[in-house]
Design a protein around this ligand. Structure first.
Ligand code: CA
Length: 226
């Protein structure tokens, strides 16, 4: 099964070039020339990834992206920006975009970013029903956790956080990624929130004075190791 990519781009040559090259890579591609059509297609087709130009007729890429996130669209969105646009506004909590690439870009770099995003999505979608470590047994379907006979009280958010860390075990996960994955982009939490929840989670499941499983990676984020 090949991934479906939606391209929303109003410059015909750019749109056609993207379509041709993505199809050579084995993706299924649909192209729309303005924000309104792109938004409608994204909501009905639910593509695996969207390449979204910022400057579009009828509705800007930023508004399309915000609307999609507010409607629960969770797949990756990469913004195509022109040089000189304010990148801070384009990516992150405000719009909900995952990444951006500045025109003119190298095709190789764009393809690498797309591969990386889709690989990450696939991995974070790994089915994880239960997991045991450090004498703690976690049932992610029933949202229960216990150490031997002792039931541990984890909040639903702590379960989701732990599940995401375990699914990505061995890899450092940034606070921003955790915010996106566990809190969702509409909550507007701050990175401090992640630290607070990780702290509480450790008190329950990783209780040694020096954490052995939920590791802090200085200035970056967290990493789960078994
Ligand atoms: Ca444009």
């Amino acid at each position: 099964m090949s991934y479906r990519i939606l391209v929303v781009e109003d410059e015909p040559a750019m749109a056609q070039g993207l379509k041709d090259n993505l199809e050579i890579e084995g993706y299924r591609v649909a192209v729309f020339p303005d924000g309104e059509q792109g938004l409608r297609a994204a909501l009905t087709e639910h593509p695996d990834l969207i390449l979204l130009d910022v400057m579009l007729p009828k509705m800007s890429g930023i508004d399309v992206c915000k609307t999609l996130r507010s409607r629960g669209f969770a797949n990756p969105i990469l913004m195509l920006t022109a040089r000189g646009q304010e990148m801070d506004r384009v990516v992150g909590l405000e719009t909900g975009a995952d990444d951006y690439i500045v025109k003119p870009f190298s095709l190789r770099e764009l393809l690498a970013r797309i591969h990386a995003r889709l690989r990450r999505e696939k991995r974070s979608g790994e089915d994880l029903r239960a997991y045991a470590f450090n004498g703690v047994h976690i049932d992610f379907e029933r949202y229960t956790a216990n150490r031997g006979d002792e039931a541990l009280q984890l909040s639903p958010r702590e379960f989701d956080l732990l599940r995401y860390l375990i699914r990505n075990r061995g890899r450092t996960v940034s606070r921003e990624e955790l915010l996106d994955a566990v809190w969702g982009l509409n909550d507007y939490p701050v990175t401090r929130t992640v630290d607070n929840h990780v702290g509480k989670l450790r008190q329950k499941v990783d209780t040694s004075p020096q954490p052995k499983h939920i590791l802090t990676v200085h200035r970056v984020g967290y990493k789960f190791v078994d």
